[in-house]
Write a protein that binds this ligand. Structure first.
Ligand code: F6P
Length: 334
């Protein structure tokens, strides 16, 4: 906790989820609602992200409104990627709705698009204070060790890869498995290392197709029963189908299959780590509003709550941490 004793005049806050949903968002909504009530605030929830803000879809929340949701995936509030909020007219409508409902502070749970929207909004309407909570399976926000939903997603991906390995091994096949991560390879790296992948292709590093083909040929010649290549959705090779075709052209005798894990990674009951992180960040967000913070993402670094300005949080710099690169170098064939 930052400092629960600080007095605040903030009487009414709102919470919403936005962008791609992620497991643990409900746990965060629950924490925001209950923390707000704990500090004597009125709390409302906004349905369907910025769309619902514009349309005035506000719901008063009580403690019981968030009962029995901590274990549920998705978001009970619904979410959207709002085109209208990107226009000055849309933001004006949103502002009028917030003022009409007497909202002084807003907790936005989402990813870079959500925070970019909040940043632009606050430049135009500085009297409404926004703080953000990182909710995305991609883990691609700067300034927090993990984002809400990432741990659940990597466990889902890892179990799926384990299942595929069983059948790959039985049939002596080479699988290319695509995991989510539009601009980032974090899901691929963790799930790939944890599932013992041969190779992990991520957008942050360039892959040599010839080197990959060389490793897979060596495996084949050595009668290795199966090989798994994990491909991040955003990898520069163009995704799992594309790279599988390229490799097929170079080693045609290999029995190759492709699996796209897709949205299965976005759902499911959040892990204990995600529920705990979401709870901690939700508390941190309300406490941040109480001490007058605005325009910041509430992150967690080495188990401590930190405030990261939106502009820094969204400037993810396309680098995988060196220790992760080292792990891949040592434990993967390429
Ligand atoms: O940002 C999270 C994410 O799951 C990305 O990894 C993926 O590219 C994208 O959302 C998919 O978005 P949608 O659900 O709109 O297809």
């Amino acid at each position: 906790m930052t400092n629960p004793k600080i007095d605040s005049n903030m009487k009414k806050i709102a919470v919403f989820t936005s962008g791609g949903d992620s497991p643990g968002m409900n746990a965060c909504v629950r924490a925001v609602v209950r923390t707000g009530l704990y500090y004597g605030m009125e709390v409302v929830a906004i349905r369907r992200g910025y769309e619902g803000m514009i349309e005035g879809e506000f719901m008063p929340m009580e403690s019981r409104s968030v009962s029995n949701i901590i274990q549920k995936g998705g978001t009970i509030l619904g979410t959207a990627r709002s085109k209208e909020f990107m226009t000055p007219e849309g933001r004006r409508k949103a502002y009028e709705q917030l003022r009409a409902h007497g909202i002084e502070g807003v907790v936005a749970i989402g990813g870079d698009g959500t925070f970019t929207g909040a940043k632009v909004f606050m430049q135009e309407y500085p009297d409404v204070r926004f703080v953000g909570v990182p909710g995305t399976i991609d883990n691609d926000l700067y300034g927090t060790d993990y984002t809400i939903g990432y741990d659940t997603a990597i466990n889902t991906a890892m179990h799926a890869i384990d299942n595929i390995k069983d059948t790959a091994d039985s049939h002596s096949r080479l699988f290319f498995i695509e995991v989510m991560g539009r601009d980032a390879g974090f899901i691929a790296v963790r799930s790939g290392v944890a599932a013992g992948a041969e190779a992990i292709l991520i957008p942050e590093t360039k892959t040599s197709i010839d080197d990959l083909a060389g490793v897979l040929t060596r495996n084949y010649n050595a009668k290795k029963r199966s090989s798994i290549v994990v491909v991040a959705e955003g990898d520069e090779t163009g995704g799992a189908y594309h790279i599988a075709d390229t490799i097929k052209g170079k080693i045609p005798y290999h029995d190759i299959r492709v699996t796209i894990l897709g949205h299965v990674q976005r759902g499911g009951s959040p892990t204990c780590m995600d529920r705990f992180l979401a709870s901690n960040l939700g508390i941190g967000a309300v406490e941040a509003l109480r001490i007058g913070a605005k325009g910041v993402m509430i992150g967690q670094q080495c188990n401590k709550i930190v405030h990261v300005p939106f502009e820094k949080a969204i400037k993810y710099n396309q680098r995988i941490k060196p220790y992760l690169e080292d792990i891949m170098k040592i434990l993967c064939a390429i």
